[in-house]
Design a binder for this molecule. Structure first.
Ligand SMILES: [Zn+2]
Length: 89
């Protein structure tokens, strides 16, 4: 879960939706690893036209993917670049 300052749209808070821990945010920048997932559910789903999103801390992400039958796809990035919210990845 992410909260933004209304006027400036600056990121002010990130909470892991799984464990409820507040992640470290300094001056609008998320300072630790996190997974943000957003997905839109279409006509063929049971959640017709809903958009869902959540954040996971790295620990909860690791625990979740360890239960997968097929491992996640991993690619190495050649350089870090900021995402829309200033987060480097
Ligand atoms: Zn967590």
């Amino acid at each position: 879960m992410r909260r933004y300052q209304e006027q400036t749209k600056e990121l002010i808070q990130v909470i892991c939706n799984c464990c409820g821990r507040e992640l470290k945010v300094e001056q609008g920048i998320l300072k630790e690893g996190a997974c943000r997932l957003e997905t839109g559910w279409g006509y063929f789903s049971g959640k017709d036209m809903e958009r869902h999103g959540f954040d996971l801390c790295e620990e909860c992400y690791d625990r979740m993917i360890s239960a997968f039958s097929v491992p996640v796809e991993v690619k190495e990035e050649t350089e870090a670049f900021p995402a829309d919210d200033g987060e480097l990845w």
